[in-house]
Write a protein of this length. Structure first.
Length: 362
C-alpha cells in the first residue's frame, strides 16, 4: 500500500498513522474537523495534514475513519461520498451494528482494534498500540474479497491479529467483554460511594479487590455514553443475564447452599485460567511480583530500566496508587519462576520489598 487516508486524528487515528508509517506506507494523509487535533497529529509525524476531506482521500487505497461511535454512520457516509471506487473504507469504532445497518456500500468493511487507552488525543499516539491486539473485521455478504484481503493485510502489517466476525455478533461479544465490565465498575463504585456504614466511608477502607474491579470506572463520558447507547440492546441483554446470575447467588446465600457457592467459585477459577491462556503464551508459568513503591518521579522508570538491563521481559504491569504519602503497589507479571526470582533479586537489591506468587494459583 502506498497511500493511506486517516479521517479523525485523535489517539487511535494518529496511532494508526504512526504504525502505518513504521510498516512502510509512504503516504499517510490526515484530516480532522478539529484543526488543533490535526496539527498535533502532524507534529507527531503521524500524518501529512490535508487541506480538506477530499484532499486527504485523493488517490487513497484505504481510508480509516476514526470518529466517535455516534458519528460513525455519518462520517463513513461522507468518506464514501468523497472518495472514488479505488478507495476501500474502514472504521475503528467499538460498536459495529449501527454503522453496518446504515452503510450498504460494498467498499466499506467495519473494523475495531481492541486496544484502548486511558489517554486520549494525538499527543499520546503510539505506533506500537496495536501490536498483538485483536482487530475485529466485520465483512458482510456484499464485501469484495479483494478489498477484504487489502484490509486484512494492512491490519497484519500493524502487528495486530485480524478476526472476522458478524457485526451484530461483534456487538454482543463486546457487550459482554467490555461494555458490561465498564457498567458494573461504575455501579460498584457508585454503590460504595453512596453508602455509609455506621459513619464509615467504604471508599476510605477500600482494599485491592474494589480497586481491581473498578479500574475502568469513570471513563470518559463523552465516549462511553455513546457506546452504551449505541449498543443498548446487547448491553441490556448482558445486564439481564447478569441480574439472573446475581439472583442465583442471593438464593444460595439465603439457603446456605455451600455446594453451589463452591462450584460457582471453582467455575470462575477455571474460566480465569482459560482467559489467561488466551492472553499469554505460557499462562501456567506466569508469576506476579507485587512491589510497594513510593510516590516520587522516576520510580517506575528506574524499575523497568533495571529489569530491562537484566533482559527480564515484563509481560504486563499495573500500578495501584493509594496516596502521595502511602505511594502504591506496582504489580509486574513475568514468565517463569526462575525469571521471577531474578526479577525479585534485582528489585530487592534496589531496596524494594517484593512478594512473588504464581498468577494461576491465586
Amino acid at each position: 500500500m502506498q497511500r493511506l487516508a486517516i479521517v479523525g486524528t485523535g489517539l487511535i487515528g494518529a496511532s494508526v498513522g504512526l504504525a502505518a508509517r513504521a510498516a512502510g506506507v509512504s503516504d499517510v494523509r490526515g484530516w480532522d474537523i478539529d484543526p488543533e487535533a490535526l496539527a498535533v497529529a502532524a507534529e507527531r509525524e503521524a500524518v501529512e495534514p490535508a487541506g480538506s476531506l477530499e484532499d486527504a482521500l485523493a488517490g487513497a487505497e484505504l481510508a480509516v475513519v476514526a470518529a466517535p461511535v455516534a458519528q460513525l454512520p455519518a462520517e463513513v457516509g461522507a468518506v464514501l461520498a468523497a472518495s472514488g471506487d479505488g478507495t476501500t473504507v474502514t472504521d475503528v469504532g467499538s460498536t459495529k451494528g449501527a454503522v453496518a445497518r446504515a452503510v450498504s456500500d460494498g467498499r466499506f468493511i467495519g473494523g475495531h482494534p481492541v486496544c484502548g487507552s486511558h489517554t486520549h488525543g494525538a499527543a499520546h499516539a503510539n505506533g506500537e498500540l496495536f501490536r498483538g491486539a485483536t482487530w475485529f473485521l466485520t465483512p458482510v455478504a456484499a464485501t469484495d474479497p479483494d478489498r477484504y484481503r487489502l484490509l486484512h493485510g494492512f491490519v497484519v502489517s500493524l502487528g495486530a491479529v485480524p478476526v472476522a466476525v458478524d457485526p451484530e455478533a461483534h456487538d454482543r461479544l463486546v457487550a459482554l467483554t467490555s461494555h458490561l465490565p465498564h457498567a458494573l465498575a461504575n455501579l460498584l463504585l457508585n454503590h460504595a460511594g453512596a453508602t455509609r456504614v455506621e459513619g464509615h466511608d467504604p471508599l476510605a477502607a477500600a482494599g485491592g479487590s474494589l480497586r481491581d474491579m473498578t479500574r475502568v470506572a469513570g471513563a470518559n463520558p463523552r465516549i462511553w455514553v455513546d457506546i452504551f447507547l449505541d449498543n443498548a440492546d446487547a448491553l441490556g441483554t448482558a445486564l439481564a443475564e447478569h441480574r439472573r446470575r446475581v439472583e442465583q447467588v442471593e438464593r444460595a446465600l439465603a439457603e446456605g447452599d455451600a455446594g453451589f457457592l463452591a462450584r460457582w467459585i471453582g467455575e470462575a477459577s477455571g474460566n480465569r485460567r482459560r482467559m489467561l491462556s488466551q492472553a499469554y503464551e505460557q499462562p501456567g508459568g506466569l508469576q506476579r511480583l507485587r512491589v510497594h513503591v513510593p510516590d516520587r518521579p522516576g520510580v517506575l522508570a528506574g524499575i523497568t530500566q533495571a529489569l530491562g538491563a537484566e533482559r527480564i521481559n515484563i509481560e504486563d504491569f499495573e500500578l495501584q496508587h493509594m496516596s502521595r504519602e502511602r505511594g502504591g503497589t506496582l504489580t509486574v507479571l513475568v514468565a517463569g519462576a526462575d525469571e521471577a526470582g531474578r526479577a525479585a533479586g534485582v528489585l530487592e537489591g534496589q531496596g524494594y520489598n517484593v512478594v512473588v506468587s504464581p498468577v494461576l494459583d491465586e
